[in-house]
Every structure is written in structure tokens, then in C-alpha cells.
Design a protein around this ligand. Structure first.
Ligand code: AMP
Ligand code: MG
Length: 490
């Protein structure tokens, strides 16, 4: 039996300027490290066959499966606010698209599969550490219910990549609703190729926003749709303490998925100005800056679409501003509703926002663990507050707040266990804590030991369950385990 991918490619049928046709570069000795079997099934692939040497060869880019039409996609992007007119897939190759079990078109892309015409000075390869990191964090995000690209497989190539030292090379198979980014629009807009922008917009509407197709002003509606999805997405990030780390416009997905897990991280102690990425020296992509940056990126998208709005530039700009103006309210609505759920409020009353803000302020002042404070607050709905209180350096700061919170929830008719269940359903017990991710990577890279990786992935697949056998995975790092910086590792 050969591995069958039911490809139905659409992006590679777009004009030649959209991509470069290029096959993956074969590698020496591929070995499958991890296959995401449920995702394989969801994509209509046979997981048993993918686990054979033939399957591993495909997932490593050593052989190209039938029906694939391998391409590297062209895109541009603002990196840390600085425009680069040509980036593109420098180390990723889109094999093709399949329609999944729910009828959703999904890209299957190899990341780390060798050089492409967009590689610039890069080697087109990926190191094992960042591949495992993307696997762990993207699958954790999925389990948390946050829109994200997925990870289908990780293989090691049997070759080394040279970074600061020689590291084992690896390839990640990434699955996305699409890999179209704000930067994809920028690529054509920068070349004043309005027809290509229109082609791309039409493709995106059919693929991601089909309900807009027959509207009178589909391109305006498209911008509004992307704005709405990004506002929701960033709110979801904040609500779990996620910091993307490199929100360049080329890492900002048009479908509204989280994409490109590089120096991303979840924070332990709540700190709105938290930055982990070693290259984010100015804190541009700090935790609390993410909504502002998302809007900045969407404004770049709007600029690309102006020629489709109207021939009169002033009119087009006014219309775009109007649409972008919705972001702030949409973000706030999603964020505030999420926060209300996190503290167990079923109803909305005057003063709620201030009550919740006071908790966040006390958490920041007391270096309270973001995840555990909310998780333990759920338990405080049925019992005493000891575990939640223990997250605060000065527990008295919590006591004062807890008194107000208890008075507030007493105004609602829902019972204690109902409240706890509702809170536990939105406040995870387990997140991919940095020190755990680093430990897993060290075991794999230094000792060829993947048992810790397997265990972490397993625990993170059920983030809202208590899983008492794995309780230690919920613990914040000890002072000497703290990871202060994360790296792109590209
Ligand atoms: P990223 O930081 O992963 O978002 O990548 C930014 C740009 O650099 C994209 O155009 C990537 O394709 C390219 N790039 C990153 N790493 C490599 C690499 N090892 N080889 C070639 N291109 C790369
Ligand atoms: Mg990128």
C-alpha cells in the first residue's frame, strides 16, 4: 500500500507570480519522531501508512507524494515595523491542500524542507528544538480551543543544521486553513499589482469568508471579517497568557489562525509588559501590546486593499478607517466577556470590569501565577480560597479582593459547583510552561530521548482536566528553572 494524500490544490493554480515551484530537498536518514494520528485521520490520511518508512520519507521531504504540487509561497512583510518587500517561504514548502473530514480545505506544508528561491541567506532548514517547540505549543493552543495551525508530524532528518553550533535537523509538517498572511497582500501591493491583490482577495473570500461572496462590497466585508477574527484571536491569546513574540505582518494569518510559533511563550507570573523573545528588544510584541500590534498589522492589510475599495483615494481611506475602527470594541468585548467567564460571572453588572481589573492589578503587583490564580479561583467557588490566595506574595491583597468577589457572585442564582465547572472549562490547569518545553527539548536534542516530549504533549492535550497523576506539570518554575528568554532558533 502506498500513502495516499487526497490533494485538491487551489493555490498553485493562481498566477505564477504567487509562488515558486520547488520540490523539497531530500535528506539523508529521515526518522519519524511524532505523528499526530487524530489529525491524520481528520485530514483523510492513513496514520498507519504514514508511520511506515515510506510515510516518514514523505514527511521529511525525501519523496513527494502523488498529487502534490510543491510550491514556496511569495510574501512580503513588516518585520518589527520595517518593511521587507520580499520574504516568502524560505524554508517551507506547501505540498498541497486536502479537504478534511469537516469539509474544510487545509494546507499541508513541510517546514525545514530545504532551500527555495526565497531563502535569501538561510539554509532552508529547521533545527529539532524549534520544531518540537512548534509542535508542542501549536497543539496546546488547539487543545485550549484557540484558532491555530496544527502539527501533523515531526521527523528528524539525520543531518545537522549549523546554527551557533551543529544541531540535529528536523522537518515539521504544518497544517493550516491556509498560509495566506497580511504579508501576502503586501507582496503584490508593494508591486502596485492591483489585479494580483484582487485575485488574492477573491481566493481568500472563497476559501475563508464564503459568506461574503455575494455582498455588494465584498472587499470591504473581507477587511471587516479579518478585523473581527484577529480581534477575537488576540483576546483569546491574552485570556490564556500567550505571547506570540513575533507579530510581524508576515506572521499574521488572514484566516484568523495563530501562525508561526517561534519565540512564543506563555507567561507564568502575570506581567502585562512581559517579553520573552530575545530579539524583541523594545518590547514591541509584549503581552499587553498585542491588541495594538494586531490593529497595526490590520491597518497594513487595509492599505493593500484600498485600490479595491474605490478609485478615489480619500474615499477609500475613510472607508478603511471606518472598518478598522471596529477593532477596538470587538477586541474589548471579547476580552471582557472572556475575563468575566474566567472569574465565574454568569451575568453582567456595573462595576464588573473594575472588579476584574483590580484582580489583575493585584496579580501583577504580587507576581501571581496567571494560570493557577484563575484555576484555583474556580476551586474557591466551592471551598475556601487557600490555593488561590497562595499565588499572591502578599495574600492580604487577595483577601480584600476575594471578599468583594464573593459578594458579587452571591448576587447570581448559579450554585457553587456549577460555577466551578464553568470556570474550570475556561481556566486551564495545564499550559506549555517554558521550563517544561525547554526540558523536553534538551532531552530530545542531547539524549535522543523523546519520552518527556510524548508525556508533555499528552498532558497538554487535556488542559482543562485535573489529571492528578500529572499535577507537577501545572507547577510554575522554581526560581532556578525560570526561562527568561526564548529564541527564534531559525
Ligand atoms: P520567520 O521568522 O520564521 O517568520 O521567518 C521570516 C522569514 O525568514 C521568512 O521568509 C522565512 O522563510 C525566512 N527564514 C527563516 N528561517 C530560514 C532558514 N533557515 N532558511 C531560509 N529562510 C528562512
Ligand atoms: Mg514567518
Amino acid at each position: 500500500m502506498t500513502v495516499h494524500f487526497p490533494f485538491q490544490n487551489s493555490y498553485s493554480a493562481l498566477p505564477d507570480s504567487f509562488f515558486a515551484r520547488v520540490a523539497p530537498t531530500p535528506v539523508a536518514a529521515p526518522r519519524l519522531i511524532k505523528l499526530n494520528r487524530p489529525l491524520a485521520l481528520q485530514l483523510g490520511l492513513d496514520p498507519d501508512l504514514l508511520e511506515t518508512p515510506e510515510g516518514a520519507a514523505i514527511l521529511a521531504g525525501k519523496t513527494v507524494p502523488e498529487g502534490a504540487d510543491p510550491i514556496a509561497m511569495a510574501y512580503a512583510g513588516h518585520q518589527f515595523g520595517h518593511f521587507v518587500p520580499q520574504l516568502g517561504d524560505g524554508r517551507a514548502i506547501l505540498l498541497g491542500e486536502v479537504i478534511d473530514r469537516d469539509g474544510v480545505r487545509r494546507d499541508i506544508q513541510l517546514k525545514g524542507s530545504g532551500p527555495t528561491p526565497f531563502s535569501r541567506r538561510g539554509d532552508g532548514r529547521a533545527a529539532l528544538g524549534p520544531v518540537l517547540r512548534e509542535y508542542i505549543v501549536s497543539e496546546a493552543m488547539f487543545a485550549l480551543g484557540i484558532p491555530t495551525t496544527r502539527s501533523l508530524a515531526a521527523v528528524i532528518t539525520g543531518e545537522h543544521v549549523i546554527r551557533e553550533t551543529a544541531l540535529p535537523g528536523a522537518v515539521l509538517t504544518r497544517v493550516a486553513a491556509s498560509h495566506i498572511r497580511v504579508g501576502t497582500f503586501q507582496f503584490f501591493a508593494a508591486r502596485r499589482d492591483t489585479e494580483a491583490v484582487r485575485r488574492l482577495a477573491d481566493h481568500v473570500i472563497v476559501r475563508h469568508y464564503p459568506e461574503l461572496r455575494d455582498l455588494e462590497r465584498p472587499y470591504h466585508a473581507l477587511l471587516a471579517g479579518v478585523v473581527a477574527r484577529q480581534a477575537e484571536l488576540v483576546a483569546r491569546w491574552l485570556l490564556v497568557g500567550f505571547i506570540h513574540g513575533v507579530m510581524n505582518t508576515d506572521n499574521s494569518s488572514i484566516s484568523g489562525e495563530t501562525i508561526d510559533y517561534g519565540p512564543c511563550a506563555f507567561m507564568d507570573a502575570y506581567n502585562p509588559s512581559q517579553v520573552f523573545s530575545s530579539i524583541d528588544e523594545m518590547g514591541r510584541y509584549a503581552y499587553a501590546n498585542q491588541p495594538r500590534i494586531a490593529l497595526w498589522n490590520l491597518t497594513r492589510l487595509a492599505e493593500c486593499l484600498l485600490p479595491l475599495f474605490s478609485d478615489e483615494q480619500e474615499k477609500a481611506v475613510a472607508e478603511a478607517q471606518d472598518i478598522l475602527g471596529a477593532f477596538s470594541d470587538q477586541f474589548s468585548a471579547a476580552y471582557q466577556a472572556g475575563l468575566r467567564r474566567k472569574v465565574g460571572l454568569f451575568t453582567e453588572r456595573d462595576g464588573d470590569e473594575a472588579l476584574i481589573q483590580d484582580l489583575l492589578d493585584a496579580m501583577a503587583k504580587n507576581q501571581a501565577d496567571f494560570t493557577l490564580t484563575f484555576r484555583k479561583l474556580g476551586d474557591a467557588a466551592v471551598e475556601d480560597s487557600a490555593d488561590a490566595r497562595a499565588q499572591f506574595m502578599e495574600p492580604a491583597a487577595f483577601d480584600e479582593w476575594a471578599g468583594r468577589w464573593r459578594a458579587r457572585i452571591a448576587l447570581e442564582q448559579q450554585g457553587a459547583t456549577e460555577r466551578q465547572a464553568a470556570m474550570h472549562a475556561v481556566n486551564p490547569m495545564f499550559i506549555p510552561r517554558n521550563h517544561r518545553v525547554e526540558a523536553v527539548i534538551q532531552a530530545a536534542v542531547n539524549d535522543d530521548n523523546y519520552a518527556p516530549f510524548e508525556e508533555l504533549v499528552k498532558v497538554l492535550a487535556k488542559p482543562f482536566d485535573d489529571q492528578p497523576a500529572y499535577a507537577a506539570y501545572a507547577d510554575p518554575p522554581l526560581p532556578d528553572q525560570r526561562v527568561l528568554q526564548t529564541f527564534c532558533g531559525t
